[in-house]
Design a protein around this ligand. Sequence first.
Ligand code: R5P
Length: 299
Amino acid sequence: MADMDDIKEAKRFYTDIPQKTDGFFLKGSGALDWGMKNRLARIFNPETGRTVMLAIDHGYFQGPTTGLERIDITILPLVPYADTLMLTRGILRTIVPPSTSKSIVLRVSGGASILKELSNEDIAVDIEESIRLNVCAMAVQVFIGGEYERQSIINMTRMVDIGARYGIPTLAVTAVGKDMVRDAKYFRLAVRICAELGAHYVKSYYIDEGFETVTASCPVPIVMAGGKKIPELDALTMAYNAVQQGAAGVDMGRNIFQSEAPTAMIHAVRAVVHGDETPKHAFDLYNTLKDESKTAPLR
Ligand code: R5P
């Protein structure tokens, strides 16, 4: 019953303590609304400002990719060590237990396959679906310089507008065509266009020369794409260099799930991203955990 008769007088006003007004930890995100910030804070760790996104959405255009043939068997054991899962609604509904507290970044563009022109994508998921699935961001591929460049940019701007109505951020995923030069000039162009047109954060490949100019000229966070499988030490070095040069984490797939020891690898990636561990230390950690996993499953 409500306190109708004997109402206690309110007296704890702490008039000598000004209310704290916190800023927001993420680059370029201070002017966003509460729901957007809250979702971004579930993707990016507020303590480090960085994220380890585990990308397993490859099947949306290339089918059962090596390492993703049985996501229930090979990927679910990695989920506890990722900050965020990036995937399609098909895999989310069929494989990922709804009891998970992990944040989800949902792939919402699609419509092309490896048999056709990849840049010919459309928006492939309704906003209602993203709301129903309680996602923390929506990922849209943007093909700067690609055949369907304009269409892919408009896909992204539409999701930015629609997501803004419901407080759901949009991740722009820069995709580089086979024949395009991967250099700082190209990535500065691509990520900046995405940010200028409203993306809340952008996924970009790492490049050896001038990556710091890509992150510096992008007003929102950048997460580094992993790309093709390379040796573990090289992948850890790439992730280390990316975060040291301003990336707010990684969105890695093949270099984790195609590793000889995926659980050891995701631990090592976390050490680089959240612990600023050097590639050498992280690689030592990888090898130690890999050896331990031969005798007992990693926890
Ligand atoms: C590709 O377009 C998808 O967004 C993948 O999620 C992305 O390529 C990341 O995976 P990987 O690290 O294997 O390149």
